[in-house]
Ligand binder design. Structure first.
Ligand code: UN1
Length: 498
């Protein structure tokens, strides 16, 4: 058995036990004999200590020149590059996705760090002429103080990096609460900051449950921002709590992403995309393809080929390089997947054409493995077409006109990612214009966003913010407008120049 790592909270530059003195263990979802790591079961007192450390550290961190902050972030990137393999291996043990994907997750943090480090030499403000003579006007960014991050288990390092690096480059300090299923990956990420020599208190990690640690963060008056990625249910709850105290809140919630395939598309390419989008990460991405909208002219042939390809996907322990799909992240998630399969078959009365069962026997008995699953005959109002499963369960819908396909795609409460396969450039541009989603791919699957373009969704997926890219800076900084009057006299705007 690989070794079990023991993490503590990271507060004020020190690894410390929780005030509760309680710990919990996390096991590998591919092999429940493997205890990956143990963690502190913290409460509000630990949040209090972390926020105090972050508040103190903010006093000096905000004054470190941004290019210098960028250099420090670059050191974190160097540590992550060196530790990419061991960090990724532990991530696979911790949450199950295959090793190629956990390497991708770590790489996404590396990319995000490099982008944020470069931003240290930009963080552009604006200068503009003003109405009065001998007067200067500009807008600059100011940091906001202590920022709280509540992060999910499906991208255990990438998503914390999307939140922490931009917050830090803007001059803020951070308190992060990792998902209870993946604190080891965040612990490894925090170790990179420690090794890079970040000043004490600039980054802090408190592990534990949402109803204790998360709640204390949201309620803490000295946390000035909460950035959350996770379920719609929790996101909406936190949005209400933050709203009640006027705390800016960034939400990245669910998706019911669809791929449309037109009859003129390259079918093999579209099948590659559907397989990767639906079954990559065991379907556990906010951006996963959970609906496939096929033109009636190609539907049957496409489904037949898709099933043949999906049958060949190897399900197993993600540390085995030949495995295509790992387990569900937990027993609860497996139950949710099986519940939706039951709903689709017995309530929606869709047709199960592939999979549908938990995998058992041999090594499968030690994990939460499930078959790649496909339903056909799904119609837009069925629950499988509307509700997010977060598992490897693909709903196939049929259409006859392009406009109808876009209508079906838009007929959900969510709007994160979307995809269209076609060779017709006019249709592609119409789709870009008409699809209600934060991200549209043409001839690519719904997954695969890059860190230097805005990431986020419309409708129920979010609350208007975008992560990554330059757009996230607007969440982690506040604009200050500056006027400098060098005329030496009182100049009254809107009066003296009229
Ligand atoms: C998520 O689905 O929660 O675009 C994040 C992608 C990844 C990030 C996904 N780069 O699929």
């Amino acid at each position: 058995m690989p070794e079990t790592k023991h993490f503590k909270n990271y507060i004020g530059g020190k690894w410390v036990e929780s005030a509760t003195g309680e710990r919990y263990e996390n096991r590998n979802p591919a092999d429940t004999d493997d205890v990956v790591a143990t963690h502190c079961k913290s409460d509000g007192r630990d949040v209090e200590a972390a926020v105090a450390a972050a508040k103190e550290a903010f006093k000096s961190w905000r004054l470190v020149p941004a290019p210098e902050r960028g250099l420090m972030i670059h050191k974190v990137v160097e540590v992550l590059k060196r530790r990419k393999e061991d960090v990724s291996q532990m991530m696979t043990r911790e949450m199950g996705k295959v090793i190629a994907e956990t390497r991708g997750d770590t790489q996404e943090a590396i990319d995000c760090g490099m982008y944020a480090a470069g931003e240290g030499r930009r963080l552009f403000g604006r200068h503009t002429p003003v109405e009065m003579p001998d007067k200067f006007g500009m807008a600059i960014r100011r940091p906001v103080g202590v920022c709280g991050m509540i992060t999910p288990w499906n991208f255990p390092i990438a998503i914390p990096s999307w939140k922490m690096f931009p917050a830090l480059i803007c001059g803020n300090t951070c308190v992060i609460k990792p998902a209870t299923l993946t604190p080891a990956s965040v612990g490894n990420f925090i170790e990179a900051f420690e090794e890079a020599g970040f000043p004490p208190g600039v980054v802090n990690m408190v592990t534990g449950g949402g109803s204790t640690v998360g709640k204390a963060m949201v309620e803490h008056p000295d946390i000035n921002r909460i950035s959350f990625t996770g379920s719609v249910e929790i996101g909406n709850l936190l949005a209400g709590q933050c709203g009640a105290v006027g705390k800016p809140f960034s939400a990245e919630l669910g998706g019911k992403n669809a791929q449309i395939v037109m009859p003129d598309a390259d079918m093999d390419l579209a099948i590659d995309g559907a397989l990767w989008g639906a079954f990559g990460t065991t379907g556990q991405r906010c951006t996963a393809t959970s609906r496939l909208i096929l033109h009636e002219g190609i539907h049957d042939e496409f489904v037949e080929k898709l099933i043949a390809r999906a049958k060949r996907l190897k399900v197993g322990n993600g540390l085995d390089e030949s495995v295509d799909m790992g387990p569900a992240v937990s027993e609860d998630q497996l139950k949710t997947d099986l519940h939706y399969i039951d709903v689709a078959a017995n309530e929606d009365k869709a047709e199960l054409v592939l999979g549908g069962k938990r995998l058992t026997g041999g090594a499968y008995d030690k994990g939460y493995f499930i078959e790649p699953t496909i339903f056909t005959g799904v119609t837009p109002k069925m629950r499988l077409a509307q509700e997010e499963v977060f598992g490897p369960v693909l709903a196939v819908l049929k259409f006859s006109e392009f406009e109808e396909a876009v209508e079906i795609l838009n007929d959900t409460e969510f709007g994160l990612s979307s995809s269209l396969y076609t060779r017709d450039v006019n249709r592609a541009f119409r789709a870009i214009r008409d699809i209600e989603a934060g991200i549209t791919y043409i001839n690519g699957p719904t997954i695969g966003a890059e860190v230097h373009l805005p990431f986020g969704g419309v409708k129920g997926t979010g609350n208007g913010h975008r992560e990554a890219a330059w757009t996230v800076l607007d969440f982690y900084s506040e604009w200050k407008t500056v006027y400098v009057d060098y005329s030496g006299k009182l100049q009254r705007a809107q009066i003296d120049n009229k």
